[in-house]
Each structure stands twice: as structure tokens, then as C-alpha cells.
Design a protein around this ligand. Structure first.
Ligand SMILES: [Zn+2]
Length: 370
């Protein structure tokens, strides 16, 4: 195992932060796994603890067949953001920016220099494109903020990986995954091993999140150079490991083993692993996910547990104004799986309270909320 520590730019004097990457194995192929980019989403960090321990073991046994890079704390900035005893890990306090938005568009960054250099040899193209991506990230003008410096470092480590997993969680949720539709099949085994309750696919959910910065770049290049052989060489997913409180040891150990077994299936680890179970859900369009809002302020009672299968018209939650006695029941507008519930129990304007993964597209444009 090799530990690589990067110093983040723009540290306040006396409080500089660093990003640590743990590299296991060696070889041509590479997987990159990061945890807790939204710093208060800790199930990923807990799983990374297990992955770190197990990867060191597997490396010692000579069972790694490629490089696996692990970033257990992908967001040291957010991890330090406490506001009156409450963790603020989603948005950078200084700028208000979501840590998982606005990653640089790698396709845009390298397209001009690739013009006329890509041919019919897919492997050669992949090598050339990865080289161009690394060089382009290095050649960017100095980062304008600590956040930008962090995002570039994460992308620099991930951009030449064959497989990228970005470990997050939602508030109160079943395990679910996001990816581009072209890669749903490649991730079906991982979803099954993790017992996912939903797999949500979108070609561009808006917001330039980390997984899309890694995977979508290849799709954009393939379309930009239609006569060249440009494969989707980076398979990337956001893995939501349940809800924010899901940091139990047994669960983390099981999730880590599922991820390792998946990596083994991808040829990155040797040995005999348990067979993958049958799929626990089918992929649905992210545009088919209903975000349910309250019609007015009030205290919220959920009427279904996470993971419930609901039909259109089924009650999801009720909202009660304690002073005026206004009472509303919010019902599902689509049939599917109630895969996330908000943690807050007082309805706020503009904040969703429940999400249902349905089959029929019902939303357009930017699909990600902030
Ligand atoms: Zn997140």
C-alpha cells in the first residue's frame, strides 16, 4: 500500500488541509473508490475503513490484479464544517457550493488537442485520451479556491480509472445507485450484491456531478469523434449506501465485501468469491423519480417505510399545521419504490420530503436537486 498525501491550496494560514489517497496493487487496470464527498454522509467512510483493511490483506496475499485507489475522506473541507454542533458537509460554507457539483468537463478540456489523433484502435485511443485528460488537468491555471483544488485532485486520480465508485448516502434511504443508462448493465451485479432497492439512470442529470464527470466525458468524446473507436472506458456510479445513520459495523463489512466481490468480477482481484444474488430491482429512469413536496408548512408524519412499493395514489406522508389544523395527505403520483425519505420532520418550502422511483419519465431538464 502506498499513501499519497496532497496538500489542498488556499488553506487558511495555520489550518492547511490535505487529501489522502491509498493505492493498492499494480498493473494496467485501475479502480478508484472515494467516500463521503458529501462529508456528513458517513456510511461510505465506514465502508472505506473496511475496504482499506481488506485491500491491504488482499495485497499481502498477492491477489490484486490491478491498481485500486481508495480515498476514505474525499472531503476534508466539509468534514471540518461544524455549525453549532451540527455537521454541514454538503455545501461549502464559504461559497454555498455543493461539493458534488460543477466538476470540470473533461471532454471539453481535451477535445481540441485530440482532433485528428484518434483512429480505429480503441486501446490506443483510450491511452491517448487518458494521457490528454491527466495533462489537461495539470495544465489548468492554479485552482481559484480550496474547493476547486480538491475537485481537481479527485478527478485527476479518477480520470484514468476503468471503474469509479463514488460512495454517498441519502437521508433515510434504501441502497440505490446512479449511473448513465449505457452502464446500467455493467453495474447490475454490484446493485444486486448490495441489495439495491433502486437503480436510477440518466445520461446527464445536470450539475456535473463526480460520477458523470468520469463516465460522460467518454460518451461526449465518442459523439464528438464518431469515426474513431472511442469506448466508454470509464465505468462510474454514485452508490448511495442507505441512510445517514447506516454506519453499523456488520452492514459496513457486508457492503465492503460486496464491493470487493464486484471488483473481483471485473478482474481486479483474484480468488473465489460468493456468487452474485438475483437482481433486487430493475433500473428506472432518473426522470421517472418523483420528488414529493408538502403543500404547506407543518409537522410531517410518514405513512410508509423506506423501501415500500407504492402505487400512484397511495399516501406517502401527512402534513399538519398545528395552529390552523390544516391537514394534508401527500400521495404518490407514480408507482414505484419509496427509496428516500427526508430526515426533517417539519415541511419547508422547496424541500422535498420523499422520493419514489417510477418507470415513467415525469421530470425534464436538470434532474438533480442541490
Ligand atoms: Zn451525497
Amino acid at each position: 500500500m502506498q499513501r499519497i498525501d496532497h496538500r489542498l491550496p488556499w488553506g487558511c494560514p495555520g489550518t492547511e488541509r490535505s487529501l489522502s489517497v491509498f493505492r493498492f496493487g499494480s498493473g494496467e487496470r485501475k479502480a478508484y473508490i472515494q467516500a463521503s464527498l458529501h462529508a456528513d454522509e458517513l456510511p461510505g467512510m465506514r465502508v472505506a475503513v473496511e475496504l482499506k483493511r481488506r485491500l491491504a490483506e488482499l495485497e499481502g496475499q498477492g491477489r490484486l490484479r490491478g491498481i485500486i485507489e481508495l480515498v476514505p475522506v474525499a472531503n476534508p473541507i466539509g468534514l471540518g464544517q461544524m455549525l453549532q454542533a451540527s455537521s454541514q458537509g454538503r455545501f461549502e460554507l464559504g461559497s454555498g457550493k455543493n461539493f458534488n457539483r460543477d466538476f470540470v468537463d473533461l471532454a471539453d478540456l481535451v477535445a481540441v488537442q485530440l482532433d485528428g489523433r484518434l483512429g480505429g484502435d480503441a486501446e490506443a485511443n483510450v491511452r491517448l485520451i487518458r494521457q490528454a485528460m491527466r495533462a489537461a488537468l495539470e495544465a489548468l491555471p492554479p485552482a481559484g479556491s480550496e474547493l476547486q483544488g480538491l475537485q481537481r485532485l479527485l478527478l485527476r486520480h479518477a480520470c484514468d480509472a476503468d471503474l469509479v465508485l463514488d460512495l454517498h448516502c441519502d437521508f433515510d434511504a434504501v441502497v440505490h445507485l446512479y449511473m448513465i443508462p449505457q452502464q446500467a448493465e455493467a453495474f447490475a451485479e454490484l446493485a444486486a450484491r448490495l441489495g439495491a432497492g433502486a437503480v436510477l439512470v440518466a445520461e446527464d442529470a445536470g450539475g456535473s456531478s463526480f460520477d458523470e464527470a468520469c463516465s460522460l466525458a467518454w460518451l461526449r468524446l465518442a459523439r464528438r469523434f464518431p469515426s474513431a473507436a472511442v469506448p466508454l472506458a470509464c465505468q462510474a456510479a454514485t452508490v448511495e449506501l442507505g441512510g445517514m445513520a447506516d454506519t453499523e459495523r456488520e452492514r459496513a463489512e457486508a457492503s465492503a465485501e460486496s464491493i470487493l466481490a464486484y471488483l473481483a468480477g471485473q478482474g481486479l482481484i483474484d480468488g473465489i468469491w460468493p456468487p452474485a444474488p438475483a437482481p433486487s430491482c430493475v433500473p428506472t429512469p432518473f426522470s421517472g423519480a418523483e420528488y414529493a413536496y408538502a403543500p404547506h408548512a407543518g409537522v410531517v408524519s410518514f405513512l410508509q417505510p423506506v423501501g415500500a412499493r407504492v402505487a400512484a395514489g397511495d399516501p406517502l406522508f401527512e402534513v399538519i399545521d398545528p395552529l390552523e389544523d390544516r391537514h394534508s395527505i401527500v400521495r404518490a403520483s407514480t408507482s414505484g419504490v419509496l427509496y428516500v425519505r427526508e430526515r426533517l420532520r417539519f415541511a419547508q418550502p422547496g424541500l422535498w420530503l420523499a422520493k419514489v422511483a417510477g418507470q415513467q419519465p415525469i421530470r425534464q431538464g436538470r434532474l438533480l436537486s442541490d
